[in-house]
Design a protein around this ligand. Structure first.
Ligand code: FPP
Length: 299
């Protein structure tokens, strides 16, 4: 988004559950109430890029997105079936969710099942689906008690009616919570996300709601999953692989990437602290020069 560019009317406006803490735009001295991520529709000012930079200097990511890799290898090392690794992975999820909520991180997005994971052996897919369902059944009320707002992204058409129902119930129950927003990506793929946004834009053009010439980054963004939440500041992939694997392709444009060899079931608070330390040391420039950033931060 360029300075001075006019934003398009957004389709599905929703205020993210961030009310409990002081918002970074307040910390950055911006009284206009503008929000970070395009979900309010107004003209973007040059000041806004300065706010991005000022926020970046706060050093704590607002939004962390994680690919939880390494469950299978964790189990194999212990001569256990792969599924035991996924079960241990759920424990790591619990610990990281608790940690993020306590630390004041606003959004945590977890890649629980990719659109490519259907290629796994049928038995593993079925066990993973069961695990997601039972985790939901067991954890939702605890998450609700802890003020966590649950969101699910991905193509839900392929799910069992039971899982779809549970997902809807969980979102409904927690929709007014104001603490951590926990986004679970199931049957999600970044290419799917961009494609469904393109379809929505095409539909609006067909129905005469927008003109072709009006299609821009902001309009596309407003049709993407997570359009109403801050973009991920920090992406973590555990398990040693260094790739994005079709996760949040659009949303990761300016995200800091962090890869660790730690297998997901071993990724506990200490390992997460290392990722946060690495993030805190980085200078985020959003296209500016390092000197400009230092100037904006008042260095
Ligand atoms: C990748 O490890 C992990 C997955 C495909 C599943 C992740 C799911 C969970 C951690 C459990 C459920 C999550 C929630 C949110 C309740 P892998 O199997 O590819 O490991 P490998 O690379 O060592 O084989």
């Amino acid at each position: 988004m360029q300075a001075g560019e006019t934003r398009q009317p957004c389709g599905k406006l929703e205020e993210p559950g961030l009310q409990k803490k002081q918002r970074p735009e307040q910390l950055a001295g911006n009284e206009s109430g503008s929000t970070y991520n395009n979900h309010r529709c107004r003209t973007m000012s040059i000041n806004e890029t300065q706010i991005d930079v000022a926020r970046a200097s706060l050093k704590l990511p607002r939004h962390v997105a994680i690919i939880m890799d390494g469950n299978g290898r964790w189990a194999k090392k212990r001569y256990m079936p792969r599924f035991a690794g996924h079960k241990a992975g759920v424990e790591a999820v619990r610990s990281i969710v608790r940690y993020c909520a306590n630390k004041g991180i606003e959004v945590l997005t977890l890649f629980a099942f990719s659109s490519e994971n259907w290629r796994r052996p049928e038995e593993e897919v079925s066990l993973l689906m069961d695990l997601l369902l039972t985790s939901l059944q067991r954890q939702v009320s605890k998450l609700h008690d802890n003020n966590v707002k649950l969101r699910f992204i991905g193509d839900h058409h392929a799910f069992s009616p039971k899982l779809s129902e549970k997902i809807k119930e969980a979102e409904k129950l927690t929709c007014n919570n104001t603490g951590l927003v926990l986004v679970v990506a199931i049957n999600y793929g970044g290419r799917w996300d961009i494609t469904q946004a393109a379809k929505e834009v095409a539909r609006r053009v067909r129905d005469g709601e927008v003109d072709c010439e009006q299609i821009d980054v902001a309009l596309m963004h407003s049709c993407m999953a997570l359009h109403d939440l801050p973009e991920p500041d920090l992406f973590i992939r555990t398990g040693g692989e260094q790739r994005v694997s079709n996760f949040l392709l659009w949303q990761l444009a300016y995200t800091e990437l962090y890869f660790t060899d730690t297998l997901w079931p071993d990724f506990k608070e200490q390992a997460f602290e290392l990722a946060l330390d690495s993030f805190a040391k980085r200078q985020r420039r959003f296209g500016h020069t390092g000197e400009q950033v230092e100037h904006m931060q008042g260095a």
